[in-house]
Design a protein around this ligand. Sequence first.
Ligand code: MN
Length: 281
Amino acid sequence: MRDTVATIRPVAKLVRGIPANDGAGVKLTRVIGSPALDSLDPFLLLDEIRSADGADYIGGFPEHPHRGFETVTYVLAGHMRHGDNKGNHGLLTPGSVQWMTAGRGIVHSEMPEQQDGLMWGFQLWVNLPAKDKMMPPRYQDIEPSRIPETGLPGGGKVRVLAGAFNGVKGPVADIVTEPLLLDVTLTGTGEVLVPVPTTHNGFAYVFDGAAVFGAAGTSVARGQIAVLGAGDVVRLAGGPGRVLLAAGKPLNEPVARYGPFVMNTPDQIRQAIADYQSGRF
Ligand code: MN
């Protein structure tokens, strides 16, 4: 006998992002990677940039390395140019997503392609298991037109960036943590039920308006992240609002973290620093 009764994931923890500064003086909000929410395996960091003042972001993120994990950039507004030491380059436009697997090492830059006007988007860091930390670097640059959208009863919609919802499959493929990444727009009427494997950790970040989660109807305001508890279905309701819903398979491995390097042991971090400094990225 199989138990087919869905268990709605409750809100296990509600946290607000904190102001932070990264790159060359970019002002951002650190949502995951703060003292209140250090990480949520396999997610290591979630930053939100949101400013219409060029001074807050113009410095960008000049040349810097990464090793041992993946960076996911999702742009809502503004333009961001990227380039790296492997010869890749491109322009991230509103609605696009970039899933970069740093693997054994990459040196790249992420620079605003505008002096002023709204820059709004996210960077999510997703860990790699020990067996894949030294894999060759890889990019998945996804244009907005390649991201499918599915309507919700009541006028809302879901953009499927990774994983699947309602039979609609996102364009990001072959990621070892089997991520689900959805951009959900809620209109204030009805509810959305999103199946998520019980094995996965998940969060919902409300980045516009408000939303309600769980069977208990926990209200969450813009700027708050809800860490989701155990269950196999995420329930979203309320609004109007917009939510970044993410889930991924936890790695349950030791994490040694130093700036842009995320490995399993302090020795591997020392090796990463040595490799970078001697130009082996
Ligand atoms: Mn970077």
